[in-house]
Ligand binder design. Sequence first.
Ligand code: C2E
Ligand code: MG
Ligand code: MG
Ligand code: MG
Length: 276
Amino acid sequence: DAKNSGKSNYKFFNQKMTDKLKEKIQIETTLREAIKKEELKLLYQPQVCGLTGKVVGFEALLRLKFHPISPAIFIPVAEEAGIIIDMGRWVTKEVIKQIAVWKEKGINTKPVAINFSAKQLNDFKYIDFLEDLLKKNNVTPKDIEIEITESIFLENKQETMIFLNNLKALGIKIALDDFGTGYSSLSYLTFLPVDKIKLDKSLNDKFLQLENIAVMESIISLAHSLNLKVVAEGIEDIEQHERLKLVKCDYIQGYLFSKPLEVEEAENIHDYRFLL
Ligand code: C2E
Ligand code: MG
Ligand code: MG
Ligand code: MG
């Protein structure tokens, strides 16, 4: 009977694969439609100076207007289907338009970080597109920041370096996102033209514990010696914040201060001194 159960296992496995595939196709369809109808929106999560509580910038985070699906799920699907190119352009344009509106109203002149997927390297005209948008909207390169992850180096290394250097030449700051989740993080820092590293939540959850705090201190001090600013992501409690102050982390992004906010909420928040 082992033969029979083997067969049904196979069938079960097959069914699971089919379900996964169906789900992916469904997400793809949803994404294409959302882009076509412009049913996307951005939330803005504050980045806060750990010492003063001042908001120093925001990260733009993509959402679908009418689907609660997380970008952690839909971004990989968009990447695989090539949809990320259009999506990335929409995000870039929306952020720059928003900054222009804020500047006009004089309410927020803090930089906004845009997540850039490794797959967007296939968008050969992205930099031209970006430069053009900045000019047309009277937004300066200092008003935005680009977040990349190490995975961008799994693509063409030479192309990546050219891309990053072109961004730098424009005067755009680059942040290395999800730091501590890859393999060669520390060595990358010595040659990457980045300005900032963003310590991933998983790293913070582990190395802000008392028995590991020396490691955190070393990472931050190494970053500083390379002239990099450090942002800690996913900070949810006061104790983590206290420890981050001790190890001289520059900025904090996390639910402790704020979840990602709607535009109208983001434009009214300037500091979190009341939480210090
Ligand atoms: P990420 O760039 O590392 O963004 C940080 C994520 O951590 C966000 O999730 C944010 O909401 C979440 N977060 C912030 N503080 C906390 C906290 O205290 N606790 C916890 N548990 N989570 C926190 P989100 O918005 O769901 O985005 C997930 C990922 O999707 C992002 O990770 C980024 O990789 C990707 N993503 C989001 N928007 C875009 C986009 O416009 N373009 C691209 N290419 N990727 C995007
Ligand atoms: Mg990010
Ligand atoms: Mg991150
Ligand atoms: Mg991420």
